[in-house]
Design a binder for this molecule. Structure first.
Ligand code: TTP
Ligand code: MG
Length: 398
């Protein structure tokens, strides 16, 4: 294991070989495996309520201007003849795992960055074989064994691999060695740099900066003054530099938290508040590692050490309000209301990688915004910095 990790820390960061494998229109491609009639058509995978958003759409639908996270109502306006399909998260999870298993069986170091993206670090391997040829063979193997279209870019770091893969999609592959990186990046819009948000884009546009070349020709000092540390990172990226390592993926099966009380308690309100705080912490962890859960459980241990557990399957989510609702329901059914409790715990399992804000199950954009606003505060000031009114009096974690 140590040997493998050492590959990640090559002394010359410029000589890395980093590949990105990203499935094309992933959810749509899986739906097409189930129903061949969807092939070649504008297909939109989304929730079905009036307030739902688009999860993803086929490249045929993208021509009409439809894209992920767009309200379905707007998509229907732009693409009235599209085929609107309700998603099947369990299936996507299955296919995602299939791809991960193939990559895990062949790659020295890989990171699962989202439900359909894997970064591979092949640095050092170039001494033994042609890395690009190797990625092509792996790509063909994935296509043959899963039936899913996938694009692949091989270059010197994660940022360039990501930008390059997006450029050659769908069904594309590209190799960008170091000496070709800058010429490739220069003419592209600054919008193509991952993580360059809307506000930054507006500020840079107002300064007349529209291409990556213009951005890199701006001084790093100006970028720092305007956007702080983030500005410097953007400037580095515009210069084709990014030292972020590929972090070896480990499948996390579950997330859990429990608390033993100093003195046993049958205070129902206190127990509920403790549960809610635990759910908020775990849900924050879920979102931080870009995962969703579809199984929540609670555990109650009484004074006499009898332990009771209950679990519930729910649609995949990482939203506080849905998880809290499920946990409260479990608590209602499990706790009779008078026995003194010694320990209480929460567990999330059946997890899947998912980095998007809105899922297929009709969560509103407002809820997504509330969660991400709370997360931003927690990232800056710590997990306990913001709480729901209901758990405001709950003591901190033991
Ligand atoms: P992406 O890889 O961003 O998109 P994609 O695979 O559909 O299309 P592309 O060819 O451009 O890679 O996301 C992977 C899956 O994650 C996507 O199929 C659906 C889901 N997803 C959402 O549910 N909501 C979102 O906002 C996004 C961006 C993705
Ligand atoms: Mg994709």
């Amino acid at each position: 294991m140590n040997k493998i990790l050492a590959v990640n820390k090559l002394p010359d960061a410029l000589n890395r070989y980093i590949a990105l494998f990203d499935l094309d229109a992933f959810f749509v491609s899986v739906e097409r495996l189930q129903d061949k009639r969807l092939i070649g058509k504008p297909v939109i995978v989304c929730g079905m309520s009036g307030r739902s958003v688009v999860s993803t759409c086929s490249y045929e639908a993208r021509k009409f201007g439809v894209h992920s996270a767009m309200p379905v109502l707007m998509a229907k306006h732009l693409c009235p003849n599209g085929i609107y399909v309700n998603g099947h998260m369990e299936l996507y999870r299955k296919y995602s795992k299939m791809v991960t298993d193939i990559i895990a069986g062949k790659a020295p170091v890989y990171e699962k960055a989202s439900i359909d993206e894997h970064y591979l670090d092949l640095s050092g391997m170039e001494r033994f074989f042609d890395c690009y040829k190797w990625t092509q063979e792996l790509r063909q193997f994935i296509i043959k064994n899963t039936g899913l279209p996938i694009s692949c870019a091989l270059s010197v770091n994660k940022t360039v691999a990501k930008i390059a893969a997006d450029e050659v999609k769908p069904n594309g592959t590209i190799f960008l060695p170091r000496h070709e990186v800058q010429a490739f990046l220069d003419p592209l819009s600054i919008k193509k740099i991952p993580m360059l948000g809307e506000k930054t884009f507006q500020v840079l546009s107002s300064m007349g900066i529209s291409t990556i070349q213009m951005l890199r020709e701006t001084s790093p000092g100006t970028m720092k003054r305007l956007f702080g540390k983030n500005g410097e990172v953007l400037w580095e990226k515009a210069n084709g530099r990014d030292d972020t390592p590929v972090i070896q993926h480990r499948e996390r099966k579950s997330l859990s938290n429990e608390r033993t009380f100093e003195k046993d308690t049958s205070d129902r309100e206190l127990l509920e508040r403790v549960l809610i705080t635990m759910v908020e912490h775990l849900a924050y962890d879920l979102r931080k590692e870009q995962s969703l859960t579809s199984c929540v459980a609670i555990k109650i241990r009484y004074s006499d050490f009898t332990t009771r557990t209950a679990e519930k399957h729910i649609p995949f989510t990482s939203f506080d309000h849905l998880l809290i609702k499920a946990i409260k329901e479990l608590f209602e059914t499990l706790y009779p209301g008078n026995l003194p409790v010694r320990l209480i715990g929460v567990r999330f399992s059946s997890m899947v990688k998912g980095s998007w804000q809105m899922d297929l199950f009709d969560d509103t954009p407002q809820m997504a915004r509330l969660n991400s606003a709370m997360d931003m505060i927690r990232n800056r000031f710590g997990t306990d910095a913001v709480k729901r009114a209901v758990d405001i009096n709950t003591p901190k974690k033991d």
